[in-house]
Design a protein around this ligand. Structure first.
Ligand SMILES: Nc1ncnc2c1ncn2[C@@H]1O[C@H](COP(=O)(O)OP(=O)(O)OP(=O)(O)O)[C@@H](O)[C@H]1O
Length: 246
């Protein structure tokens, strides 16, 4: 029997905007059920990569598969994925509950008990009948995350999921990531908040100028720098101009 295909696989994936290379021939494999921490400085190419993997843009060259489906087949990929982008796509004029019911309907996953239980879990049940335009940034972030989780996706893409959240909400998000990963969902987590990655990620990949410059478990990467170092030390080391020249 052949081994199950990875949750995410890219081969020579490249994205250019004109002559500018945002993603440079990226070869990446993310195992099913793992939490992959995707790091890199501003402008490294993380969002471009995520946009390709979530079928929002097309690669200039190379191929990518998510949940075994080629990203060129948008409808095959989207049913397997959830995505929380930096700015969650929400309708200001709907209430929180209507927003979730609308998305659940679109996805053919009309499980109202799940909607209610997620609203309550993220402490939004008391605000669910208010219009989204009256929500704070953190409340919109939580609603966006619920929306990404509603249909129990196989692969969940999260771009700065704890941004704008108070400590309690950030804790709920981290616990949720832990839980969905334990239930075999793959989580592709892009964030600049390194302790979150240190806590949750099984594997970390660091992108620099569109290239993967480090990959491994947080422990393996930190041990490589020196004993007692943190992911921040790794990040600063592998994304320095010196390192690129070595
Ligand atoms: N639509 C676009 N048109 C032209 N250049 C773009 C476009 N989108 C991204 N870029 C460029 O591609 C490179 C990678 O950008 P990208 O947004 O993927 O980086 P990032 O790692 O997500 O950065 P950040 O951490 O700041 O969000 C940058 O140089 C950026 O200016």
């Amino acid at each position: 029997m052949s081994p199950p295909s990875p949750a995410i696989r890219t081969d020579g994936l490249r994205k250019q905007y004109g002559d500018a290379v945002a993603v440079a021939d990226l070869d990446l494999t993310v195992d099913r059920g793992s939490v992959f921490g995707f790091l890199g400085p501003n402008g490294a190419g993380k969002t471009s990569t995520i946009r390709i993997l979530t079928t929002l843009t097309t690669p200039t060259a190379g191929t990518a598969h998510v949940a075994g489906q080629p990203v060129s087949d948008r409808s095959a990929v989207v049913e397997h994925i959830g995505f929380l982008p930096e700015e969650p796509p929400l309708y200001d004029e709907l209430t929180g509950r209507e927003q979730l019911e609308y998305i659940a309907g679109l996805r053919g996953h009309e499980d109202w008990d799940r909607v209610e239980s997620l609203l309550s879990r993220f402490d939004l049940d008391g605000d669910a009948d208010r219009r989204v335009e009256t929500y704070s940034k953190g409340m919109k972030q939580k609603l966006g995350l619920i929306q990404a989780l509603l249909h129990e996706p196989d692969v969940l893409f999260l771009d700065e999921p704890t941004s704008g959240l108070d400590p309690r909400a950030a804790r709920t998000v981290r616990d949720t990531i832990d839980e969905v990963a334990a239930a075999d969902t793959t989580v592709f987590l892009s964030t600049h908040i390194l302790p979150v990655v240190e806590e949750l990620a099984d594997t970390v990949g660091v992108l620099y100028d569109g290239e993967l410059v480090a990959e491994g478990s947080p422990t393996a990467l930190t041990d490589d720098v020196e004993a007692g170092s943190t992911l921040e030390d790794v990040f600063l080391d592998v994304t320095s101009a010196d390192h690129a020249e070595r």
